[in-house]
Design a binder for this molecule. Structure first.
Ligand code: T5A
Length: 223
């Protein structure tokens, strides 16, 4: 009897694809490339759920506001910032991402757990082991099925981000903060067989092509 082969669309059911990278790397832009690629696999926009972190639920969006703004006279402690990222992530995972995956949707996330390791671990210097413990307590083994990391020189990324408008509290950090953040992103991706680095300094057309190639290769590898 012939063994039936799963279609790409079947393989993509309940998959969580995450885009990571520094500011201005082109994550929001990449979402439109992924949407186009999914359409080519017969996954409609209505079968896809899009998220951003921090944010994505009413409460998580309030936490996003807190981490992005400066409050005169009170500095947000680095550990409080870390905990807010995880509080927002728990709200999003439990109220949006897990229900969407249960409903056989594809979830495309603009940032996820690697951002906390990179920014709060690398950038702020909080112990990565401690962050892993918090992650485990907050989310258990929940993780992305595929991470596309858009790698960019921080100066270039910030120049692009500036073109979009005023920089927020985190974006106003010194460049060495972003160098440390990038270093952690690169080391995480190097150790993760379900993560791919995309050169985000390329032209939009070449970034799109690289993302399509990475997605094609990944879907071929799925059972
Ligand atoms: N954070 C987040 C943490 O510290 N810890 C965490 O755990 C989490 C989850 C989120 C902030 O929170 C921090 C990280 C961030 O500082 P945000 O508003 O979501 O803040 O910020 P970003 O995610 O960085 O969003 P940006 O809009 O800055 O960057 P994108 O989405 O990567 O870039 P995009 O697509 O908007 O593009 C920026 C500009 O560049 C152009 C676009 O047209 C746009 O103008 N562009 C290109 N130009 C040339 N060539 C290309 N290939 C281009 N691609 C895009």
């Amino acid at each position: 009897m012939p063994v039936s082969k799963k279609s790409a669309a079947d393989k993509l059911i309940s998959k969580f694809i995450v885009i990571e990278g520094l500011e201005g790397a082109g994550k929001s832009t990449a979402v439109s490339y992924i949407t186009k690629w999914l359409a080519g696999q017969n996954i409609a926009t209505c079968d896809t759920v899009y998220t951003r972190e921090p944010g994505g639920t009413a409460l998580a969006e309030k936490m996003r506001d807190i981490v992005k703004m400066e409050i005169t006279g009170e500095k947000l402690d680095d550990k409080a910032e870390l905990l807010l990222m995880y509080a927002a992530r728990v709200q999003l995972v439990e109220h949006v991402i897990k229900p969407a995956l249960m409903a056989e949707k594809v979830v495309v996330g603009d940032r996820h757990n690697y951002s906390s390791l990179a920014y709060q671990g690398g950038g702020r210097g909080i112990d990565l082991g401690l962050i892993d413990v918090i992650k485990k307590v907050a989310l258990g083994d929940f993780k992305a099925d595929l991470t596309l990391y858009l790698d960019i020189d921080p100066e270039l990324g910030l120049t692009r981000a500036k073109g979009r408008g005023e920089l927020d509290r985190i974006e106003r950090q010194a460049i060495d903060f972003f160098d440390r953040t990038r270093a952690v992103f690169l080391s995480l991706v190097a150790k993760d067989k379900n993560a791919v680095t995309i050169d985000a300094s390329q032209s939009p057309a070449l970034v799109e092509k690289s993302i399509f190639l990475a997605l094609d290769k990944w879907v071929m590898s799925l059972a």
